[in-house]
Design a protein around this ligand. Structure first.
Ligand code: ADP
Ligand code: ASP
Ligand code: MG
Length: 407
C-alpha cells in the first residue's frame, strides 16, 4: 500500500499561550489535515509555563533534584496537548493526545538533558489508521526504568524532528512567533532580514551560539537524517525559512547572521601552577560534575603561574564552581572568581571558510563602538567575542550593520 503523505507540525509555547491561540492552532491543523493525509502535531507548554515551573521549584529549593524537576517540567506539555486535542474535537474532527511515554519515546537516563534512543510510534500509527490527528507532548520521554525525562530547554523542536524521522514524514513544519529565521533576533534589531533558506550547518552554529529560535540538538538530528525544516509563523500564512542541506547559491555569503547569548558565566582560577596535567585535572573534574565547558583561555606566563578562564552555561554555575574550587585547593592555586556580567556576541556564515578580513572587521567594529573584548573564540564558520553584558544589544546592532545584513 502506498504510504500516505505525512506531516509533522510543531507549535511553540507562544503559539498555544491562551484559548484564542489554541483555537487558531486547531484551525491551522485541520486545514492541513483536510486533504487525505496523516498529521502528527507536537506542542510545547503554554506561554512561559516552563519558566514559571522552574521559578516555583527554586522558591522551594536552591538545588532541586533533577528527577523531580523533570517530573514537574514535563507536565506543561501534557496540559497543552490535551487542550489542543479538545479544541480540534470541538471543531468536529477526530484527535487524540499522547504523552512522550505513550508514544514510546525512549531516552537515556540523563534528567533535564536526556537523549532520545528510539521512538516506537505504534499508537500514532494506530491513530492514523483510525483517521485521527495525533497531538504529542513535546520535550519529554521515559528512560528504560520508566522514569520521566526531559530533552533540554527548547526540546519540543527535538521531539518534532525525531518524530518526523520515526514516521518518515514528508514535511516537518516548526511554527513559532516570528515568520522565519532572521539575520539576527528581530526583537533586538528591527530591520533584521528574514532568510529564505539557511543550511543545517549555519543554523546549528547560530542555535549553539544563542539564537533561541531552534534548539541546537534538533538541528543536529535534522542534519544527520537530512530532514528539511520549514520554520514559519503560526499567525500568518507567509512562507518562512527552509533549513536545508545545501543552498542553491553558487557562492557562500560571508556572514549570514549575528547571535547573542546572555546565558553564560565566566569562571577564572587564578595563580595556577604552570605544569603539565593541571588543565586535564581541572576540566576532568568539571566534566565529571556534568558541566559543558565552552570557551577556555589560559594566559601563559613567565612566572610559572597562569590564570585559566572558561565559560559555562549559567544553569551550571554552582556545579562548575564547586568542581573548580575542589581542584584549586588540591593543586594549590589561588582564588576562584566568577562573573555573570558577560555576553557572547557571534557572527556566523559558511562563507567565512573562503573570505578573509572578517575577524578584523568584527574587532574594529566593536572597537569603534568602544566595546571591550574579553575573550575570543573561532570555529570554521563563526567568530565569538565575550563582552560586557551592558554592551550586548549594541554590539549585535553595530555588527549587523557593519556586515550589511539588512540589505
Ligand atoms: P517557540 O516558543 O515557538 O519555541 P522561541 O521563543 O523558542 O519560540 O523562539 C522564537 C524566538 O527566537 C523569537 O521570538 C525571536 O525573538 C528569537 N530569535 C532569536 N534569534 C532569532 C533569529 N535569528 N531569527 C528568528 N528568531 C530569533
Ligand atoms: N517547554 C519547554 C521549554 O520551554 C520545551 C519547548 O518549549 O520546546 O523549554
Ligand atoms: Mg523554542
Amino acid at each position: 500500500m502506498k504510504k500516505k503523505f505525512t506531516v509533522v507540525m510543531k507549535f511553540g509555547g507562544s503559539s498555544v499561550a491562551n484559548v484564542e491561540r489554541i483555537q487558531n492552532v486547531a484551525r491551522r491543523i485541520i486545514d492541513t489535515k483536510t486533504t487525505n493525509n496523516n498529521v502528527a502535531v507536537v506542542v510545547s507548554a503554554m506561554g512561559d509555563t516552563t519558566d514559571e515551573f522552574e521559578e516555583l521549584a527554586f522558591k522551594l529549593s536552591k538545588n532541586p533534584s533533577t528527577r523531580e524537576m523533570d517530573m514537574l517540567m514535563s507536565t506543561g506539555e501534557q496540559i497543552s496537548c490535551a487542550l489542543v486535542a479538545i479544541a480540534i474535537e470541538e471543531l468536529g474532527h477526530k484527535a487524540i493526545s499522547f504523552t512522550g511515554n505513550q508514544v514510546g519515546i525512549l531516552t537515556d537516563g540523563e534528567y533535564s538533558k536526556a537523549k532520545i534512543q528510539t521512538i516506537s510510534g505504534d499508537c500514532i500509527k494506530k491513530a492514523f489508521a483510525e483517521g485521527k490527528i495525533v497531538i504529542v507532548a513535546g520535550f519529554q520521554g521515559v528512560d528504560s526504568k520508566n522514569e520521566i525525562t526531559t530533552l533540554g530547554r527548547g526540546g519540543s523542536d527535538l521531539t518534532a524532528v525525531a518524530l518526523a524521522k520515526a514516521l518518515d514524514a514528508d514535511v516537518c513544519e516548526i511554527f513559532t512567533d516570528v515568520t522565519g529565521i532572521y539575520t539576527t533576533d528581530p526583537r533586538i534589531v528591527k530591520d533584521a532580514k528574514k532568510l529564505k533558506e539557511i543550511t543545517f550547518d549555519e543554523m546549528l552554529e547560530m542555535a549553539s551560539l544563542g539564537a533561541q529560535v531552534m534548539q541546537a540538538r534538533s538541528i543536529e538530528v535534522a542534519k544527520r537524517f537530512n530532514i528539511p525544516l520549514h520554520v514559519r509563523s503560526s499567525l500568518s500564512k507567509e512562507e518562512g525559512t527552509m533549513i536545508v542541506k545545501k543552498l542553491e547559491k553558487i557562492e557562500d555569503i560571508c556572514v549570514t547572521g549575528v547571535t547573542l547569548n546572555k546565558n553564560e558565566v565566566k569562571i577564572t582560577i587564578c595563580a595556577v601552577p604552570d605544569k603539565p596535567g593541571i588543565a586535564a585535572q581541572l576540566f576532568g573534574e568539571v566534566s565529571k560534575a556534568g558541566v559543558n565547558v565552552d570557551l577556555i583561555v589560559q594566559n601563559v606566563s613567565h612566572t610559572k603561574q597562569t590564570d585559566i578562564s572558561f565559560t559555562a552555561p549559567k544553569a551550571d554555575l554552582s556545579k562548575a564552581l564547586d568542581a573548580t574550587r575542589k581542584v584549586a585547593a588540591k593543586i594549590g592555586a589561588g582564588d576562584v572568581l566568577e562573573s555573570s556580567n558577560i555576553a557572547r556576541v557571534s557572527i556566523v556564515g559558511s562563507g567565512m571558510r573562503s573570505h578573509h578580513g572578517i575577524a578584523a572587521t568584527m574587532f574594529k567594529t566593536l572597537a569603534d563602538n568602544k566595546i571591550n573584548i574579553d575573550m575570543i573564540s573561532t570555529s570554521e564558520i563563526s567568530i565569538s567575542c565575550i563582552i560586557n553584558k551592558e554592551d550586548a544589544e549594541k554590539a549585535v546592532t553595530v555588527l549587523h550593520k557593519a556586515f550589511e545584513l539588512e540589505k
